[in-house]
Design a binder for this molecule. Structure first.
Ligand SMILES: Nc1ncnc2c1ncn2[C@@H]1O[C@H](COP(=O)(O)OP(=O)(O)OP(=O)(O)O)[C@@H](O)[C@H]1O
Length: 226
């Protein structure tokens, strides 16, 4: 299932601080492929992820997931789409306070309508794969930013979404860990066939990516869409 943004414009802020974060941007992202989204700070990478994940409604343009315009859905339909088909791994982690690493994954599975018991073994395995196998029963709110983001990554991979949106997954980890996380992301993406878009400044991610989209070139029209 492909993901396409067609002539998308997003304006953010109010009054004098109002900026056009995305201007008539057109780009498509392939399924079963990891796309690295690169570009200078402020070029709109995070904004693109928010629009692609139906967290932000564009001022103009369409966002097609498998041919359906998700920007035009009602708020309730968008909420359902976000819950069932989109995985987010943002730097804040968006975790639930008070829960352990393992409970974060089991709770997410439960909200998505899956039996926590059925996914427990896979959840444990994924937490080990992101390097947190020894901290399954530690509270996530007592972990570092990089560790919390790795929990969010394991949680997203457990739910096997159609679209996986990841913001700077390697910013808060050491180089060796970064390579391991990117390999896991790429392998899972190819296995499950999801559209994975990773906003990054990290050459490790760019080297492992199937495609690279450069925001700076898109904005000036120098890049043709994939
Ligand atoms: N809430 C907001 N209100 C006003 N302007 C905003 C808001 N959020 C972002 N912007 C602006 O929109 C533009 C795009 O920001 P965005 O965060 O998408 O860039 P980015 O490429 O992800 O940057 P970075 O690499 O630093 O994370 C920037 O000019 C930014 O200052």
């Amino acid at each position: 299932m492909s993901l396409e943004l067609l002539d998308v414009t997003v304006r953010l802020g109010r009054g004098e601080s109002r900026v056009t974060a995305l201007s008539e941007l057109t780009v498509s992202f392939a399924p079963a492929a990891l796309t690295a989204l690169v570009g200078p700070s402020g070029s709109g990478k995070s904004t693109l992820l928010a629009v692609a994940g139906a967290l932000l409604r564009p001022d103009a343009g369409r966002v097609l997931l498998g041919g359906e315009d998700i920007a035009g859905l009602s708020p309730a339909e968008q909420a359902r789409l976000r819950r069932e088909r989109i995985g987010y791994v943002f730097q804040s982690g968006n975790l639930l306070s008070g829960l352990t690493a393992l409970e974060q994954l089991l709770a997410a599975a439960s909200v998505a309508g899956r039996s926590p018991r059925a996914v427990r073994a896979r959840a444990t395995e994924l937490l080990s794969e992101v390097g947190l196998g020894h901290r399954l029963r530690h509270r996530a709110d007592q972990m570092s930013g990089g560790e919390r983001q790795r929990i969010a990554l394991a949680r997203a991979l457990l739910l096997e979404p159609d679209v996986l949106l990841v913001d700077e997954p390697t910013a808060a980890v050491d180089r060796e860990r970064a390579a391991g996380l990117v390999d896991l992301l790429a392998a899972t993406t190819r296995r499950h066939g999801c559209v994975t878009v990773v906003a990054t400044h990290d050459p490790v991610v760019v080297d492992a990516a199937d495609h690279v989209v450069d925001m700076a070139r898109l904005r000036t029209g120098a890049d043709s869409p994939l």
